[in-house]
Design a protein around this ligand. Structure first.
Ligand code: ATP
Ligand code: MG
Length: 168
């Protein structure tokens, strides 16, 4: 199993009030499988994705990412496991504004120690970005920026791709 979540609970504290967002979510994701999370705005999709990607920790429940129990890791260990395993496309794309498209792709892959220029060229080509590699994020349309974010997420050849609102 690539991703296993068991009875995940997550609350946020907002000005002395507790907001229960996730109340016992379980899911399994196998290699090669596709899973779509749907739900109305504010229902907790991004919150769940961030937990599965080891960006944040649940208040209760367990998450296993590619065989590793996340709660046994400290922050640095979670970051390592995330870089090794997960490609992440954020709802706000989080491209680095001072880097052109090409450098945005390389930066992410270097963090994971998996820079591979031939692979970058291939995924950029497949997502129709070859003509835009020298542009900066602010010089791209919303859909183009989103495709850069997807290519960047794939740049390190992750085991699992997690995308927040990828068709937005
Ligand atoms: N850092 C935070 N602090 C407090 N409340 C938060 C925080 N992040 C999210 N929330 C609240 O948690 C709930 C779930 O938010 P989340 O972003 O996970 O929803 P979503 O399903 O991704 O929504 P959307 O479809 O609009 O992207 C919302 O009620 C939101 O207001
Ligand atoms: Mg969201």
């Amino acid at each position: 199993m690539l991703v296993e979540a068991r009875e995940i609970r997550k609350n946020y504290r907002v000005g002395g009030e507790t907001v229960e967002v996730l109340r016992g979510v379980s899911l399994d994701l196998k290699e090669g499988e596709t899973l779509a999370l749907t739900g109305e705005s504010g229902s907790g999709k991004s919150t769940l994705l961030h937990l599965l990607a080891a960006l944040d920790s649940p208040d209760d429940g367990t998450i296993t990412l590619d065989g590793v129990f996340l709660q046994n890791l400290d922050e640095a260990g979670r970051a390592r496991q995330r870089r090794k395993t997960v490609g992440l496309v954020f709802q706000q794309f989080n491209l680095i504004p001072s880097l052109n498209v090409s450098a945005n792709l390389a930066f992410q892959a270097r963090l994971a120690d998996r820079h591979d220029a031939a692979w970058h060229a291939e995924v950029a080509e497949r997502l129709g970005l070859t003509a835009h590699l020298r542009r900066f994020p602010e010089q791209l349309s919303g859909g183009q920026q989103q495709r850069v974010a997807i290519v960047r997420a794939l740049a390190s050849r992750p085991r699992v791709l997690m995308a927040d609102e990828p068709t937005g």
